[in-house]
Design a protein around this ligand. Structure first.
Ligand code: IPE
Ligand code: IPE
Ligand code: MG
Length: 235
């Protein structure tokens, strides 16, 4: 794809399959999550190299609190470590980080770590990276509804701004889900209204720059009509 098109692209990824990756190797699920963090590092760099505009990664859903407490604690430790250890590299690569989702239920100190990482990377211009932690698409819509205060908030653009907290809210163009599951699991429900869906059997720790490129190539072959007709049949 041409880089000027990619720079406007919003790619969402539901990073799934860490547990099965570990199980297949006789490892603990935690090892799968550790391998998953390494994939995040590679894919973020690849997104910068490819010139993607916005990358939204689903790291922990609000329903993931239902997992055993030891697994939840490990996931939170890994996310905290990522926030601490990656900031310098994100800054170097021109990545602006924003964490989406609830912060009030995160373990002590993590919300402050998130703010620190967001502040440190605020001047990045190459890639907008969003990491979804304690995120629920339905809750994001409910929260936005509770903040409606003027007629403009009830337009599509105005409401999208309330949901995303962005002045220029961007729909997801391409939604990737790894591990063979074919569902949204409450990720960016509003923003995915016209997203192209791309499902791959690849487990998240096995995903990488080549798989991202394959997804982008497939995306470039899709015919997005947004309810209208393709140009060749419109006459
Ligand atoms: C994705 O991998 C990571 C999170 C949801 C936090 P999973 O942990 O869901 O892996 P599987 O689906 O059990 O293989
Ligand atoms: C979705 O994966 C959430 C994340 C990838 C963070 P899950 O593994 O939790 O989703 P379900 O339970 O299979 O729908
Ligand atoms: Mg899963």
């Amino acid at each position: 794809m041409q880089s000027n098109l990619l720079s406007k692209l919003h790619v969402g990824i539901i990073m799934d399959g860490n547990g099965r990756w570990a199980q297949a190797r006789g490892l603990s699920r935690g090892r799968g999550h550790e391998a998953g963090v390494e994939t995040v590092q590679q894919v973020v760099e690849a997104a910068v190299d490819q010139g993607i505009g916005t990358l939204s990664l689903y790291a922990f859903s609000s329903d993931n609190w239902r997992r055993p407490s030891a697994e939840v604690a490990l996931l939170m430790r890994l996310l905290s470590r990522y926030l601490r250890s990656e900031v310098a590299k994100l800054v170097e690569n021109g990545v602006r980080l924003k964490v989406i989702g609830r912060r009030d239920r995160l373990p002590g100190g993590m919300a402050a770590e998130i703010t620190r990482a967001e502040t440190a990377t605020a001047s990045g211009t190459k890639l907008d990276l969003r990491i979804a932690i304690d995120y629920s698409g339905r809750d994001a819509i409910l929260q936005a509804a509770s903040r409606i205060s003027c007629p403009d908030d009830l337009t599509r653009d105005g409401f999208a701004r309330l949901i995303t907290g962005e002045l220029e809210a961007r729909d997801v163009d391409l939604l990737i889900r790894t591990s063979g599951e074919q569902r949204l699991s409450d990720f960016m429900l509003w923003e995915c209204a016209y997203a192209e869906l791309y499902f791959t059997d690849c487990l998240w720790p096995d995903f990488g720059p080549a798989q991202l490129q394959a997804a982008l190539q497939e995306f470039s072959r899709r015919d997005r009509r947004f309810g209208a007709l393709v140009a060749s049949t419109a006459a």
